[in-house]
Design a protein around this ligand. Structure first.
Ligand code: SF4
Length: 516
């Protein structure tokens, strides 16, 4: 028998402790996908699977799965972003030191950044989408030997062959503020924003899974008690089969409230917004980033026209969907006065929710390469590349000014008047009628609970989007330092170089039908 332990790592927060929460806000999408791709047996060998989201583990009991295992064990640390990379190395080093023979680390960081410094040290790296690699990795683990690297020549497949999702257990669902599941009906984005890692991870061709697969995942999720679905595709309005999916959800009365991300061109798609609402969309997240056209052009986000942002708020309000605008502070031409002006304009438009992030050159992106070449990057610790703190020398703003601006924006946006106003227009009686009485509490969370928590977190200078409520400190960076030194010969992973696209991936991008 092979035991497979799938872990989505958390990150070392600013204090060096692992960020963990009693209740999570956002479910991780990668874990259910990998779990669902894991068969019960391969070539007659039974496989036993455990899936762990570290963000919502409030004790270290799950590490027992990696201690002196009695059966051959594979640790897969999945969905690893740059700010989680050092934590993933520590988990692998811990597992190896405790008798786990097979460890593999996959996700955005190993896909887009050069990890060769860490190769051939008893931990493997997966550099492509899981659908292309997971079965070969499982087979190699059963045969007794993993390769050092998987997927070097191609990051993404031409066709998306994703599985029907096995929903999390009731116990795991209880770890989140509302029982939630992330579903990824389509991947890829046609745009070229220079700060974005999505296009380096999933490419410019939008690839979608079969609608039947998404529908079956939704049915299973509903039966398992899931009460909110996050469609984590980056631009749901660019997914050409989205209307068919929504129509099927309506016809079948799926009735699970869901969240989508759309690009700003949704302003011109009223029929689509109406369809989203009929199918149960409760919130639309839109990356507006900046209100200055010049800033957007410099970031290669030419598809955003600030003059259209107001229309998005109007459309969402008309159809009863919460509008959530995501904003980036600290573009190279930003100033203190410019950020104040940004906040004034945003408050004038009055979307129901807003998130703010500090511009962060994410390793693997075009912007990272440019900032690195210009010598602007100051932060050497990858743990800090989570868009909540400063990592580079801004020409007009000090780190303190930017971090103050971040929390000031949250405080000034989420006033008591704003929170009550949003609760009023969302027409709670209508929401209550739409869904089952037993889920009343979960219906309230997105409309009132989250804004109140956001206001509270910002007052405490905690980033509200950092993962959940009620932080718990259990272990820290220093607990794993010796293991990391022993396994990888280093304390801090040096800032990596970005990986070039392979010929196959570049060709797929070139042939993408760019629907802009
Ligand atoms: S539109 Fe969004 S997902 Fe697409 S490249 Fe820009 S930031 Fe990334």
């Amino acid at each position: 028998m092979l035991r497979v332990v799938i872990i989505k790592p958390s990150k070392y927060g600013m204090t060096g402790y692992v960020d963990r929460f009693r209740r999570g806000f956002m479910p991780n999408s990668t874990i259910p996908y990998i779990r669902s791709m894991t068969p019960a047996a391969i070539e007659g060998e039974r496989i036993e699977t455990y899936a762990i989201d570290e963000y919502v583990q409030t004790d270290l009991g799950y590490l027992d799965l990696l201690r002196n295992p009695s059966s051959p064990t594979l640790l897969a640390v999945v969905g690893v972003q740059s700010h989680q990379f050092q934590r993933s190395l520590d988990l692998a080093a811990f597992a190896r030191a405790n008798g786990v023979r097979h460890c593999v680390i996959g996700g955005p960081h190993p896909m887009t950044c050069d990890t060769s410094l860490l190769h051939n040290r008893g931990v493997s790296f997966a550099m492509a989408e899981a659908e292309m690699l997971w079965l070969p990795i499982l087979r190699d683990a059963i045969r007794g030997e993993l390769r050092p690297v998987y997927g070097r020549n191609q990051r993404w497949a031409q066709e998306l062959q994703a599985p029907v999702l096995v929903p999390p257990s009731a116990r795991d669902l209880r770890r989140y503020v509302v029982p939630m599941l992330g579903i990824y009906p389509a991947r890829g984005c046609p745009f070229t924003c220079n700060f974005c890692s999505v296009i380096k991870i999933a490419g410019r061709q939008i690839r979608s899974q079969a609608i039947d697969v998404t529908m079956e995942s939704l049915r299973k999720a509903r039966a398992a008690g899931v009460r909110l679905v996050m469609f984590t595709s980056d631009n749901f309005n660019k997914y050409s089969e989205a209307p068919d999916l929504l129509e099927q959800m309506i016809a079948e009365k799926i009735r699970i409230p869901f969240f989508v991300q759309c690009d700003t061109q949704i302003a011109l798609q009223e029929d689509f917004v109406s369809l989203l609402a009929k199918a149960g969309c409760f919130e639309m997240f839109v990356g507006v980033e900046s209100f200055k056209r010049q800033t957007l052009l410099a970031a290669h986000k030419a598809q955003n026209h600030p003059s259209a942002y107001g229309e998005i708020v109007k459309l969402c309000r008309k159809y009863g969907i919460v509008s959530h605008f995501s904003n980036i502070l600290g573009f190279p031409d930003d100033t203190a006065a410019g950020i104040r002006e940004h906040l004034d304009v945003l408050r004038g438009l009055n979307p129901d929710a807003a998130s703010f992030y500090i511009l962060t050159p994410i390793p693997g992106t075009q912007q990272y390469d440019e900032f690195l070449a210009a010598g602007w990057i100051t932060e050497q610790n990858l743990d800090r590349y989570d868009a909540t703190t400063t990592t580079w020398r801004h020409p007009n703003l000090s780190s303190a000014e930017l971090e103050d601006a971040l929390f000031r924006c949250y405080r000034k946006f989420y006033t008591a008047g704003h929170i009550l106003g949003t609760a009023f227009w969302t027409d709670l009686p209508k929401i209550r009628r739409s869904f089952r009485p037993k889920q009343l509490c979960s219906d309230f969370i997105p409309y009132i609970g989250h804004p109140i928590f956001t206001r509270f977190a910002a007052a405490k200078k905690m980033h509200p989007m950092s993962g959940g409520v009620s932080r718990v400190q259990v272990d820290s960076w220093s607990d794993y330092r010796e293991l990391r030194r022993h396994r990888f010969g280093l304390d801090l992973v040096p800032l990596p170089k970005s990986l070039e696209l392979s010929q196959a991936d570049a060709e797929l991008n070139r042939r993408a039908k760019i629907a802009i």
